[in-house]
Design a binder for this molecule. Structure first.
Ligand code: ADP
Length: 539
């Protein structure tokens, strides 16, 4: 039975994979199973291959509700794809793991896995048992892992010399759609990471960095705010637009009198009774406001809303308020201002108030758009990167790119070893793994050699995407590496005139590159060990 595999597009233009068995067999076994699985994995890798590198193509994806996403980020492309095949899902998972652990290299890891699968196919055809292939790959990946360590360098920076960090983030952004402003964005990312970093413990809590975007303005208006920005405004236009030395009550309980529910029967048959009830309600709310004032709050931030009447009263009693603030934001505000979230009104005490030097409302352009800036917070470590851009698509892609840059800076603070990019590290590993194959007499040597060849897929894809002849370019660069004993020669994607990636300042973190090799090998080993695929017969 032949296995037919096709790449198709759904009605929204999102690619997906159809794996169809002729003769409607419901079960694939042995070699057939492995081949079918490899085909599915390769198909996913093929989609990402053209996105790799600074000259990689962007993908345009449309979600079922009509939102259009334009992205160059591997994890995002896969996230949006509607893959119906289990193996394809593993590849999606692979990219996600790289994103989770490292945050960068999400395209490369899938391309590498695809290349390893392609090599496996050849080995299977030569009659080599999948378990032997898996073992050979495992050995090879360890050799590559160690070799990466050998060619790595220490990346020196300090709080007084952050330029190297900015350079690195800038490299990450150079393959993104936002590359036009890579330098500014990189500087913002580094400043944000350093603001929340604990350099002594080499720890960075990225949760303290909020990335917020608002349509309008230009990408160059993107700024770092030392504090929190919330996409909300004061609940009443006549409330003050600027509060100094704010003491903030952060409420997750309703800030309004309990509503008479229809379940509880209230008899209102006279105007007097209605009036009394109204007065009771008003008094109740008045007491709430007084309680806030008594504990010393000068601003109330609420998770829930309150009606116009309550709003009016708040304005009159001179207690500014912000309503409908999301849970995640409330938490961030609490952390930043050193306040506590108050779930029940009775629990409100002076110690639970958050503190901020300035809370101000800022309006944008001629629009009614307003945002709330909470600055000079008690815990000054929380920051917000506020992205501006012409449309939602641009802002979302900038968010994703900034995320990558933040991760790179964080990774360098955690571990400041780097390897050079542009495929140079892969080529160097390929040479080392190839040499090691000769020292293994067993069948594994074929798999080890195949692994070396798979590593070449990265520089080849980079070359091809830059319009260079892939095989010629790779051969030339590889022999240059060997001849000059220089592991930093890679693909000159941007036609700078040198392929020494040290001179081009193109590098990646050592842990990121090692993780790519580890994860790609793991997933391919997993796929190779599946020899029985059972699919429902109506598939
Ligand atoms: P990923 O999602 O895997 O990070 P990218 O599309 O960002 O994929 O491409 C990263 C690859 O591009 C890496 O191999 C990196 O070394 C390479 N690269 C980035 N910038 C350059 C450059 N200026 N010249 C050559 N290679 C580059």
């Amino acid at each position: 039975g032949e296995v037919a595999m096709a790449l198709a597009f759904d009605e929204y233009g999102r690619p997906f994979i159809i794996l169809r068995e002729q003769e409607h067999k419901t079960r694939l076994r042995g070699l057939e199973a492995q081949k079918a699985n490899i085909a599915a994995g390769k198909a996913v890798a093929r989609i990402l291959r053209t996105s790799l590198g600074p000259k990689g193509m962007d993908k345009m994806l449309q979600s079922p509700d009509g939102d259009v996403i334009i992205t160059n980020d591997g994890a995002t492309i896969l996230e949006q794809m509607d893959v119906d095949n289990q193996i394809a899902k593993l590849m999606v998972e692979l990219s996600r793991s790289q994103d989770y652990e490292i945050g960068d290299g999400t395209t490369g890891v899938v391309v590498l896995a695809g290349a390893l699968l392609e090599q496996s196919e050849k080995l299977l055809e030569r009659g080599i048992h999948p378990i032997r292939i898996a073992e050979g790959y495992e050995m090879a990946s360890r050799i590559a892992w160690d070799h990466l360590e050998q060619i790595s360098q220490k990346f020196e920076f300090s709080v007084t010399n952050i330029e190297p960090l900015v350079q690195t983030c800038s490299t990450t952004l150079s393959s993104k759609i936002v590359s036009r402003r890579k330098r500014d964005l990189a500087a913002i990312a580094v400043e944000a990471v350093l603001a929340v970093a604990d350099l002594e413990r080499r720890d960075v809590n990225l949760d303290l960095i909020k990335v917020e975007g608002k349509v309008g303005g230009k990408l160059e208006d993107t700024e770092l705010v030392h504090g929190i920005i919330v996409d909300k405004d004061m609940s009443h236009p006549q409330m003050p637009k600027r509060i100094e030395d704010a003491k903030i009550a952060i409420l997750t309980c309703p800030f309004e009198p309990p509503k008479p529910k229809t379940k509880h029967k209230v008899d209102i048959d006279t105007v007097e009774k209605f009036q009394t009830l109204r007065q009771q309600e008003q008094k109740y709310f008045d007491d709430m406001v007084q309680k806030c004032k008594d504990v010393g709050a000068t601003l109330v931030i609420c998770q829930w809303g309150f009606d116009d009447e309550a709003n009016h009263l708040l304005m009159h009693r001179n207690l500014p308020a912000v309503r409908w603030v999301g849970g995640v934001e409330l938490e961030l505000i609490a952390i930043a201002t050193g306040g506590r979230i108050v779930p029940r009104f009775q629990e409100l005490t002076p110690e639970k108030l958050g503190r901020a030097g300035i809370v101000r409302e800022k309006s944008f352009g001629t629009t009614k758009d307003r945002m709330l800036y909470i600055e000079q917070c008690a815990n000054s470590r929380a920051v917000t990167i506020f992205i501006r851009g012409g449309n939602k698509m641009m802002i979302e892609e900038t968010k994703r790119s900034i995320h990558d840059a933040l991760c790179v800076a964080r990774n360098l603070i955690r571990n400041n070893s780097i390897v050079y990019g542009g495929g140079s590290a892969e080529i160097s590993c390929s040479v080392a793994v190839e040499a090691a194959a000769d020292r293994h007499p067993g069948v594994e040597q074929y798999a080890i050699r195949a692994f070396a060849e798979a590593l070449d897929a990265i520089p080849m894809a980079l070359a091809e995407n830059s319009g260079l002849q892939p095989i010629d370019t790779l051969t030339a660069v590889k022999s240059q590496q060997v001849k000059e004993n220089n592991p930093y020669c890679g693909i000159d994607c941007n036609d700078v005139g040198t392929n020494d990636m040290r001179e081009q300042d193109v590098f990646e973190t050592l842990i990121g590159k090692q993780q790519q090799i580890l994860l790609a090998t793991q997933v391919v080993k997993m796929i190779l060990k599946i020899d029985d695929v059972i699919t429902p017969s109506d598939y």
